[in-house]
Ligand binder design. Structure first.
Ligand code: RP5
Length: 161
């Protein structure tokens, strides 16, 4: 089965990135989690980016804060789709540095960037990509959307009483 690789620049990103990991687990999608730092472990970054597609990973979610070069650098070397999560880390200037570092990629090297701290959406997007090849995953996504709809309608019902 296809796997999603979830990487982050530091353990301090984990509380945010856990949202993606939890969602993928809820969808019963195999997930490989690792810490890969663009600045502190550049050799590991090259190794990870060059080999992820060779061991069954089909989508990479990469989260980082501050001068967030991880998602873009992975995208520069990997043939896989990369979803970038800007993290509002303690070294970040209000999150804008992370957002712009991940969002403003040059032509030819796309990173699908989600909202600041938007790891849940990164997990959903990764599952949706896998769902294009798996009826089982796609069915779970449809069920998830149904649960979102029902929650809103139920709340609307409650407050309108
Ligand atoms: C980035 O610097 C990491 O992705 C993290 O968001 C931020 C701070 O890292 P730590 O100093 O907490 O390890 O590279």
């Amino acid at each position: 089965m296809d796997k999603v690789g979830v990487i982050m620049g530091s353990k301090s990103d984990l509380p945010i990135m856990q949202q993606a990991i939890d969602f993928l687990q809820e969808m019963a999608i195999e997930t490989e989690v690792d810490i890969v730092s663009a600045h502190r472990t550049p050799e590991k970054l090259i190794e990870y980016s060059s080999n992820a597609h060779l061991r069954g990973i089909t989508v990479i979610i990469a989260g980082a804060g501050g001068a967030a070069h991880l998602p873009g650098m992975v995208a520069s070397m990997s043939p896989l789709p990369v979803i970038g999560v800007p993290v509002k880390s303690r070294n970040s200037i209000d999150g804008w540095d992370s957002i712009l570092s991940i969002l403003q990629m040059p032509g030819g090297v796309p990173v699908a960037t989600v909202a600041l701290d938007g790891a849940l959406n990164a997990g959903i997007l990764a599952a949706q990509i896998l769902g294009t090849k798996s009826d089982r995953v796609q069915k779970r996504i449809l069920d998830y959307k149904k649960s979102l709809r029902e929650k809103v309608l139920q709340t609307a019902d409650e407050i309108s009483k």
